[in-house]
Design a protein around this ligand. Structure first.
Ligand SMILES: C[S@@+](CC[C@H](N)C(=O)[O-])C[C@H]1O[C@@H](n2cnc3c(N)ncnc32)[C@H](O)[C@@H]1O
Length: 207
């Protein structure tokens, strides 16, 4: 990949922000590629799921976030969203994950497979909107949908999924929108968006 040909808008967006410097000191991002994937999700939630970063009634589940909270840490820092990072790989980096969590309000992490995740009644009552974010995640997106978003749909709340897959993409329902995001500094830059309408229609027909 020729970096000169890439649009660097996502890196530029963060560059001088205090939040970015704090995240770098916490060593949340191993490289610029990861930064662009996380910032991409921030814009796609706003532009395609129509959820404003100031909306504090939104919870974002970042499933397959990596060995420690990464995208969930960024989103909790630069928006009013509450974020929950879920990945079994965090079992090996509990100390680092806890350190990151302590420094960032509205961030929590679950060092486990999504299959074992139990959504609490408190979350269900507290939030009006729930988003799943899967960035190069290896978790199953149908199981993820059932464990996180279905209870919100059943309460008639707003849901959405942004999926940016890597090695494989197994989809459980047809997406609302698919495109390549050339500002992600990776060849794995296909973005699949599932809006509230699409997911509710799927739920009514299949669950
Ligand atoms: C290729 S890594 C991507 C990590 C990070 N999102 C990134 O872009 O660097 C895939 C991640 O999916 C996680 N994963 C695999 N199965 C999972 C499951 N059932 N539930 C949650 N996470 C899972 C792995 O532990 C791993 O951290």
């Amino acid at each position: 990949m020729n970096l000169k040909e890439q649009n660097l808008q996502y890196l530029q967006f963060l560059w001088n922000k205090k939040a970015f410097i704090e995240l770098m000191l916490l060593k949340v991002f191993p490289d610029p590629k990861e930064v662009t994937e996380s910032v991409a999700s921030y814009f796609h939630i706003q532009n395609h799921l129509k959820i404003h970063p100031g909306d504090d009634k939104t919870v974002v589940f970042v499933v397959g976030d990596g060995s420690y909270p990464r995208t969930a840490a960024l989103l909790a820092k630069i928006s009013n969203w509450t974020t929950i990072s879920i990945d079994p790989a965090m079992q090996k980096c509990i100390q680092k994950s806890s350190n990151i969590q302590k420094k960032i309000d509205k961030l929590s992490f679950v060092p486990d497979f999504i299959e074992n995740y139990q959504l609490s009644q408190e979350l269900l009552d507290k939030f009006d909107k729930a988003v799943v974010l899967m960035i190069h995640s290896h978790a199953d997106n149908k199981i993820t949908f059932e464990k996180t978003l279905v209870p919100f749909i059943e309460k008639n709340k707003t849901v959405g999924i942004i999926d940016i897959p890597c090695c494989f993409h197994k989809t459980f329902c047809s997406c609302s929108l698919q495109f390549s995001d050339e500002q992600i500094l990776s060849s794995k830059n296909q973005v699949f968006v599932y809006t509230n309408e699409t997911l509710k229609e799927y739920y009514l027909k299949n669950i």
